[in-house]
Design a protein around this ligand. Structure first.
Ligand SMILES: Nc1ncnc2c1ncn2[C@@H]1O[C@H](COP(=O)(O)OP(=O)(O)OP(=O)(O)O)[C@@H](O)[C@H]1O
Ligand SMILES: [Mg+2]
Length: 262
């Protein structure tokens, strides 16, 4: 479904070009949950953003190939990319508040992807939004629909983001640190929601996280990134049980072990 080949991302905002993502190659199958782990600055978000088509700046060059269902996203027309964005490929982020518009009601924002892709029927839009909010585990969907972002909790806002991403029934959901800003209980609920989405809607999920124990719980396969490169990739169980690279061993060793008090 997705094949990333020799992806390279360079910045030219200083006198010397800076390579932030270097020769990244991986594939993702339909219905798969793939994790990306690695220290801060290792290139996880840039990789994700370029797949979502959200990295378009004059001082950045991207090379290589990102092929999604036969279409090369790095080399296709803008119009072709736009047809896909927020529809076949959707993305959620760490801090929903930065993505939600504070002065627009939730319902309007959840409907956005459908509106952008041409749906005009108000009743249909509302019906789909209520359904997406309910599917994202928000029981009081009617009230949430009419609320403003500041009237919701952090966990509810993240569910709203997921509803807004899922309303267009994407084939690939990219989740960049979607639970990092949430407390542990809510984190677990969001992970459960992602698992359910994957199971019921067969959505593939690219899950980026600092939290290796979450990645281990959720993902079938894992990429380990360091300094813009993939240093190791494989089945999650293999990587966690038997890491080959020193860097992966260090990352795994850094997972805090919480001991119960006696
Ligand atoms: N606008 C920019 N200009 C120059 N360099 C940038 C820019 N944005 C990111 N970088 C650099 O690219 C590298 C990769 O950044 P990226 O955001 O992908 O890291 P990350 O793995 O997602 O980190 P984190 O875990 O902190 O989110 C970093 O070294 C960063 O400094
Ligand atoms: Mg990041």
């Amino acid at each position: 479904m997705l094949s990333v080949e020799n992806l390279k991302i360079e910045f030219f905002d200083h006198s010397l070009p800076e390579t932030a993502v270097d020769d990244v190659t991986f594939t993702m199958g339909e219905g798969e949950i793939l994790g990306i782990v690695g220290e801060s600055g290792s290139g996880k978000s840039l990789t994700a953003l370029s797949i979502a088509g959200l990295l378009n700046r004059g001082d950045i060059t991207k090379s290589g190939d990102i092929v999604f269902n036969g279409l090369n996203l790095l080399h296709c027309k803008r119009s072709e990319l736009r047809k896909l964005q927020g529809k076949d490929i959707a993305m959620i982020f760490q801090e929903p508040m930065t993505c939600l518009n504070p002065v627009k009601r939730i319902g309007w924002q959840v409907e956005e992807a459908l509106r952008v892709h041409g749906e005009k029927d108000k009743f249909k839009l509302k019906e789909e939004a209520i359904k997406a909010l309910t599917d994202a585990g928000l029981e009081d969907a009617e009230r949430i629909y009419a609320s403003f972002p500041h009237q919701l909790s952090g966990g509810q806002r993240q569910r709203v983001m997921i509803a807004a991403a899922m309303i267009s029934k994407p084939k690939l959901l990219i989740a960049d640190e979607p639970t990092t800003a949430l407390d542990v209980t809510v984190q677990a609920q969001v992970i459960e929601l992602l698992r359910r989405i994957n199971r019921e809607k067969k959505t593939s999920i690219l899950f980026i996280s600092h939290d290796l124990s979450l990645v281990r719980q959720l993902c079938q396969r894992v990429l380990v990134m360091k300094d813009g490169k993939i240093v190791e990739q494989g089945e999650a169980e293999d990587i966690f049980a038997n890491p080959q690279e020193e860097y992966t061993k260090e990352l795994i060793a850094a997972i805090p072990v919480v001991k119960k008090p006696n």
